[in-house]
Design a protein around this ligand. Structure first.
Ligand SMILES: CCCCCCCC/C=C\CCCCCCCC(=O)SCCNC(=O)CCNC(=O)[C@H](O)C(C)(C)COP(=O)(O)OP(=O)(O)OC[C@H]1O[C@@H](n2cnc3c(N)ncnc32)[C@H](O)[C@@H]1OP(=O)(O)O
Length: 225
């Protein structure tokens, strides 16, 4: 028997499925600022014109920092981060998510909030390390940003799932180093399928838009299958 994909009131607790969870508020401020520093470092390294001596000194400093953390304790790779909203709603994502992971220096990071008009929204600014064509954001990264916003829109409605299908249209070139707005929302549900839509805007103009079918996680006992 099939049933429609009704939103669940509470998201499943990842610990019930063997995944470690850390609260966002437990991430030390020192780690957050280290991550921001590494993010700036990657951008600086990508475009530096420093000479050999400065480059060698920088390499040694980075190697020393890496050695300092090298053998220390680490979270398991699948560790989830728990975010608790002001209204008490709880949400989970992966700690090192490629797009939104709060401790992933390679993530832009995209931080989505509930939008007053419904769905989610975020502002993000992508530096030169996300470049495709000169001065423009790489299309693969635009797809990744849309995918994350689409998946998160389903999660926000209590329907976490995996992307089964993603369609992206690139409407206008998307510039680097300038604020971009991302919006997403659920547009329909059918059995385990959740239809979602998202846009990326620059100066109010849509530069890329995507739609996806997220298939709800088939968790034992949630009645979603
Ligand atoms: C454990 C605790 C959890 C805690 C909660 C927190 C969770 C947090 C979650 C999320 C964070 C938010 C952010 C994430 C954002 C990024 C998302 C990604 O990057 S996802 C990675 C890339 N995607 C994959 O790796 C999928 C790989 N594919 C699969 O695993 C399967 O194909 C899957 C699950 C998608 C479907 O497989 P089946 O066996 O479960 O289900 P079948 O029966 O095949 O399909 C169900 C329905 O979907 C349709 N469907 C399947 N594939 C389709 C497709 N490609 N296009 C259209 N429809 C499709 C089918 O026709 C069927 O529809 P009909 O009900 O019969 O009408």
């Amino acid at each position: 028997m099939t049933v429609d994909a009704d939103p669940v009131a509470e998201l499943p607790d990842p610990r019930d499925y063997g995944l470690a969870v850390v609260g966002e508020e437990e991430i030390p401020a020192e780690l957050t600022s280290l991550v921001a520093e590494v993010r700036s470092l990657v951008d600086a390294v990508a475009r530096t014109r420093a000479g050999a001596e400065e480059l060698s000194a920088a390499r040694a400093a980075v190697a020393a920092a890496a050695a300092q953390l090298g053998d220390g304790p680490r979270h398991d790779v699948g560790t989830m981060v728990r975010r608790t909203w002001d209204d008490g709603r709880v949400e989970y994502g992966t700690l090192t998510n490629a797009v939104s992971g709060p401790t992933n220096a390679a993530a832009p990071p995209l931080r989505l909030e509930t939008a007053p008009e419904g769905g989610l929204r975020a502002q993000v600014r992508l530096n030169g390390t996300y470049q495709g064509p000169p001065g423009l954001v790489h299309g693969g990264w635009l797809a990744a940003l849309l995918d994350q916003a689409l998946g998160a829109a389903a999660v926000a409605e209590g329907m976490p799932g995996l992307t089964a299908n993603l369609d992206v249209d690139y409407r206008r070139p998307t510039p680097l180093n300038t604020p971009l707005e991302i919006t997403s929302r659920v547009t329909g549900t059918e059995r385990r399928k959740v239809s979602v839509a998202a846009e990326i805007r620059h100066d109010g103009e849509v530069t890329a838009e995507g739609t996806a079918i997220m298939v709800r996680l088939n968790l034992p006992g949630d009645g979603g299958a």
